[in-house]
Design a protein. Structure first.
Ligand code: ADP
Ligand code: MG
Length: 733
């Protein structure tokens, strides 16, 4: 950190590592020339002047105009990085990574040196790093360690129009860290208040504002909070910048006019029954009948993209040599980095590229050469029901604003065409104008914990740009209280402070903290790491489904539940010394396992930070399950008739996901990791528990009577035969 601050190491010139190869030199020269052709370039001086003159600036410019890659470089060239880093946030990990890679190329430096990126569980920066691209969530976490962002001279909150949860919270914090009235501050010559620490200058006292205030114990950090020298750039791809400007006390807006060519919009005459099929047919039609130019198709996620890729490969195989080559490039968050680079490679003469992308290509990434856009009109979106506390990922119609952005991707380098796989009627009458900001449709427990950790006690009055529903906030506080992270008056407890150290959902953090008590932290961090990787551990090729299923079920031997199965996968892999061959043999994705290992390593380091020792008893599965229950007791469900389940609190009918090892076992009481809504509401990653654990572990949350009918029936069934345990579960329902 210090090396950045003491400056002078880097002059106004872009530092370039010595390049001995003239070919590389000319490639670099070419990149430098390209930079000058971007729409933002003519505005370079104007922008720098505006940044010099104002503390906060709103920047609006079309996708592809050069905001993300160029502005941080301009700041570097103008010497801002002598005073501290330039941080630039992105809502998506892939964008942070890809943009950092691009900028490091343009500057002719190695990624991770002067230009780096930081995403959850992956820090590719060094002492040298002056331009730091990161997810908005990572900057939020940096606030915890450095509430005044002292190592930064400029923070650029990019892609602000996306209005992710973390971006919205950053807005509030950044506004507060500039605006002294939002925090406790030293106020000359007013009445002294009790509780001022010794050694405090006595002619200064504390002034409370009603907006937000710091906890006493945090006072020592607070004084440096006035970062009047911190420059704040808010950049957005859409034109509704007024709202950002209003929020930041009428900050000036700079507009960068983009180049935009006309885009012809086509709708379908009738609604499409299957948009995936329709999209594939459209790709092939364009490929066969339309003039050269690449195609961009928007899908909702990895699964759809993989399916589309397979079908397209299959169908183009039979096209013969008369038809030009179709190069298929998928892009989604979990795609390995080396494959991600492929979408940016220029299309060879005579071929056509089709990019199958998630929402990431809407505004975060710009792919040159796109002439045709296919927009099925859907995206995957989080939705949260504060009444039931349930969160689901849903395939949802996009907003008009999104549809407009998507169409715009075809008109960057010349006139384009957009094929909307929905009717004009649907567009005009059914699509919302804008997507609801994430803060209004998500679980806020994580954010609430983070803000509490920052000493912001009164969340109800935090200066949100669009406040979350009061009920959602209340739910979040309730959850944190139930987890023991907050006390009755809403202050952070020791448990809460330790939980906040982990970049995980509070339930997962609590599970880890609880593993200390149950002496199984070794196992529990493996489980947490495996859960964090998501649903890409098991690999199931369509032609070997039976083998893959058998391999998967091996880990479910003993019916110990999905968490324990994940643990077994990890431990077995570790025993083979992390063998790739072993993964192949067991239909397990090596890449996901490596990621789990990285995450686990980090969790292990964090354990040290919160002073939890590594403890292990691999045979005491109940201890492990109890630790899991300590985090996930909210997610409990009880078996009903016909194999469905009912959640215990806020009763809802749910089912065990068919991929679960317990899908056939149907234990009477389970806890689950998450709910997914497909054809039904499914619980994913399920473990059997004993109902009395709920009362033992969360006595403030569960009363005996909620679980005791079950215990009565248990004692009854014990006195009968054992054959009843699986089928005769319905007597009390
Ligand atoms: P904005 O942030 O305004 O949307 P960017 O700065 O991301 O624009 O992109 C500017 C230009 O840089 C784009 O036209 C694109 O061609 C190029 N570019 C950005 N990222 C990459 C990359 N990873 N590989 C190749 N070119 C890129
Ligand atoms: Mg950008």
């Amino acid at each position: 950190k210090a090396s950045v601050m003491d400056g002078d190491k880097y002059g106004d010139e872009v530092p370039m590592e010595s390049l001995d190869n003239s070919k590389e030199k000319s490639a670099l020269q070419k990149l430098q020339d390209e930079r000058k052709t971007l729409p933002v370039y003519p505005y370079r001086e104007e922008l720098l002047q505006a940044i010099h003159d104002h503390q906060v600036l709103i920047i609006v410019g079309e996708t592809g105009s050069g905001k993300t890659t160029q502005i941080p470089q301009y700041l570097h060239e103008a010497g801002y990085t002598k005073r501290g880093r330039v941080g630039c946030t992105q809502p998506r990990r892939v964008a942070a990574l890809s943009v950092a890679a691009r900028v490091s190329q343009e500057m002719g430096v190695k990624l991770g040196h002067e230009v780096g990126y930081s995403i959850r569980f992956e820090d590719c920066t060094s002492e040298k790093t002056v331009l730091k691209y990161m997810t908005d969530g990572m900057l939020l976490r940096e606030f915890l360690g450095e509430p005044d962002l002292a190592t930064y001279s400029v923070v650029m909150v990019d892609e602000a129009h996306e209005r992710t949860l973390s971006t919205d919270i950053l807005f509030g914090l950044l506004k507060a860290s500039r605006n002294t009235s939002n925090f406790i501050f030293l106020h000359k010559k007013s009445k002294p208040l009790p509780g001022i620490p010794l050694g405090w200058p006595t002619n200064y006292t504390l002034h409370f504002s009603t907006v937000a205030y710091m906890h006493w114990s945090e006072l020592k950090f607070d004084i440096t909070r006035f970062r009047t020298d911190l420059k704040l750039l808010i950049s957005s791809a859409t034109l509704d910048a007024e709202k950002f400007s209003d929020y930041f006390d009428s900050a000036p807006i700079v507009e960068i006019p983009g180049r935009r060519f006309p885009v012809e919009i086509n709708y379908t005459k009738a609604p499409e029954a299957n948009y995936l099929d329709a999209a594939i047919v459209s790709v092939l039609q364009i490929h066969v009948t339309e003039p050269p130019g690449d195609i961009l198709v928007f899908f909702t996620g990895q699964e759809e993209i993989e399916t589309a890729e397979a079908i397209l490969k299959h169908r183009t195989r039979g096209l013969g040599t008369k038809i030009a080559e179709l190069i298929i490039c998928p892009i989604y968050a979990n795609l390995p980095t080396e494959l991600q680079a492929k979408i940016f490679e220029p299309t060879p003469e005579g071929a056509r590229k089709v990019v199958l992308a998630t929402n990431i290509a809407e505004t975060s990434l710009t792919i040159d050469g796109i002439k045709y856009v296919i927009d099925p009109g859907f995206c995957k979106m989080k939705s949260y029901n504060p009444r039931t506390g349930m969160e689901s990922l849903l395939i949802t119609p996009i907003s008009k604003a999104s549809a407009l952005q998507r169409a715009g991707r075809s008109g960057r380098t010349g006139p384009g065409k957009c094929f909307r796989l929905y009717t004009a009627y649907n567009y005009f009458n059914n699509l919302e104008d804008n997507t609801l900001p994430e803060i209004q449709r998500t679980n806020l427990a994580n954010v609430a914990l983070c803000l509490k950790r920052l000493g912001i006690l009164d969340l109800q009055n935090f200066d949100f740009m669009d406040p979350p529903p009061a009920e959602a906030l209340l739910r979040a506080l309730e959850l944190l209280f139930a987890l023991g992270a907050l006390n009755k008056v809403g202050e952070l407890t020791k448990v809460g402070t330790r939980m906040a150290e982990f970049p995980l959902d509070p339930m997962l953090s609590k599970m880890i903290i609880a593993s200390d008590k149950y002496k199984c932290s070794e196992e529990v961090i493996s489980i947490a790491a495996m859960l964090s990787v998501g649903n890409s551990i098991f690999y199931c090729p369509k032609d070997k489904q039976v083998h893959a299923d058998n391999a998967r079920m091996n880990f479910h031997f003993g019916n110990d539940g999905d968490h324990i199965a994940l643990l077994k996968v990890y431990s077995s892999w570790k025993e083979t010394n992390f063998s790739t061959q072993w993964c192949y043999e067991n239909y397990i994705q090596v890449r996901s396992m490596k990621r789990a290992r990285d995450i686990r390593d980090q969790l292990e380091r964090l354990l040290e930070r919160v002073e939890i020792e590594l403890t292990s008893d691999p045979n005491d599965l109940d201890a492990i399950k109890k630790a899991i229950t300590s985090g996930f007791f909210h997610h409990s469900a009880r078996l009903q008739k016909y194999g469905s389940y009912r959640t215990v609190k806020n009763p809802q009918t749910v089912h065990i996901h068919p991929s679960s090892g317990l899908a056939q076992v149907l234990p009477r009481w389970v806890i689950y990791y998450e709910l997914v809504l497909t054809t039904k509401e499914y619980m994913r990653q399920v473990t059997e528990i004993k109902p009395d654990w709920l009362v033992e572990i969360a006595p403030h949350y569960y009363q005996l009577k909620e679980v005791e009918d079950r215990m009565l029936s248990l004692s009854l069934s014990l006195s009968h035969t054992h054959t009843h345990t699986n089928n005769n579960n319905n007597n009390q329902l």
